[in-house]
Write a new protein. Structure first.
Length: 250
C-alpha cells in the first residue's frame, strides 16, 4: 500500500474508534496522514486506535465529541487545528443504524437517526470548512446503499442516508472550487467474519449469494474507497460511490 500519498496532511475521522471508522483511520495513517478521530462513548476503543496509528509513526489523537452538538463539534475542530495546524481531509463517518417497521417508528427514533446521520455531517463540515478551504482540502461522507435502494425495515435510516447523499452534492457545489466533496456508500459490510456454524450468518450468506462479486464487503473495501477520494483528482466532486460488489444492481 502506498505510504506517502497523504504525507504532511492531517485528517479528521468522526466515529473513528471502531468498526469501519477505525479501518478508515488506520488506512489514512498508513497513507502518511496525521489522524484525529472522534468518539462519543467508545473511549477504550478510541485509545487503542490512536496507539495503532502512532505505531505507524504518525501523530494521532482521540477527541470526545457528540456530532449532534454545535458546541461539541466546534471544540473538536478547534482541537484538531490547535494540534496539527491544518485540516486537509474530513471524513464524516459517525452514524447510527436502526431498524423498525415504518408505521411503528417513533418520533424519537426518527430524530435520533437524522440528528447523527444527517445533521452531524452538516455541522462538522460547516465548522471545518474554513480550515479545508485554506488548504484546498476534501470532504468524504460515508453514506449507504440504503440511501440509494429502499430497505423497508430501515426506512428512517435509508431516508437519513439519502439526505446525506443530497447534502454531499449540494456541498460539492457550495464549497467549490476550493473543496471537493464526495460520498462512499457501502452495501453489506462484514466487520467480523461470520461463523458458518452459528450466529445470524444466514443473512450474510444470502446477501453474498445475491451479490455479483459473490462476497460481502469489508471495512477495508470502504477505507480504500475513501483513500481514492482523499488522494485522487480533486476535479472529482459530488460523486456517490457505491461500494457494494454490485449488490445495488439487483
Amino acid at each position: 500500500m502506498p505510504t506517502e500519498l497523504l504525507h504532511g496532511k492531517s485528517v479528521l475521522v468522526t466515529g473513528g474508534a471502531k468498526r469501519i471508522g477505525r479501518e478508515i483511520a488506520l488506512c489514512l495513517g498508513q497513507a502518511g496522514a496525521d489522524v484525529a478521530i472522534t468518539y462519543r462513548t467508545s473511549h477504550s476503543e478510541a485509545a487503542l486506535t490512536v496507539r495503532e496509528i502512532e505505531a505507524l509513526g504518525r501523530r494521532a489523537m482521540a477527541i470526545e465529541c457528540d456530532v449532534r452538538s454545535e458546541a461539541s463539534v466546534r471544540q473538536a475542530v478547534a482541537t484538531v487545528d490547535a494540534r496539527y495546524g491544518r485540516l486537509d481531509l474530513l471524513v464524516n463517518n459517525a452514524a447510527v443504524f436502526d431498524s423498525g417497521a415504518l408505521e411503528q417508528v417513533s418520533l424519537a427514533q426518527w430524530d435520533m437517526v437524522f440528528e447523527t446521520n444527517t445533521r452531524g455531517p452538516f455541522l462538522v463540515a460547516r465548522e471545518a470548512l474554513r480550515h479545508l478551504r485554506a488548504v484546498r482540502g476534501r470532504i468524504v461522507n460515508i453514506g449507504s446503499l440504503g440511501g440509494i435502494r429502499a430497505w423497508a425495515g430501515h426506512a428512517h435510516y435509508c431516508a437519513s442516508k439519502a439526505a446525506l447523499h443530497m447534502l454531499t452534492q449540494t456541498m460539492a457545489k457550495a464549497f467549490a472550487p476550493e473543496v471537493s466533496v464526495n460520498c462512499v456508500a457501502p452495501g453489506w459490510i462484514e466487520i467480523e467474519p461470520f461463523d458458518a456454524d452459528k450466529g445470524p450468518d444466514g443473512d450474510a450468506r444470502r446477501i453474498a449469494a445475491r451479490t455479483p462479486m459473490r462476497r460481502n464487503g469489508t471495512a477495508e473495501d470502504v477505507a480504500q474507497a475513501v483513500l481514492f477520494f482523499a488522494t485522487g483528482p480533486s476535479f472529482v466532486t459530488g460523486q456517490i460511490l457505491a461500494v457494494d460488489g454490485g449488490l445495488g444492481l439487483n
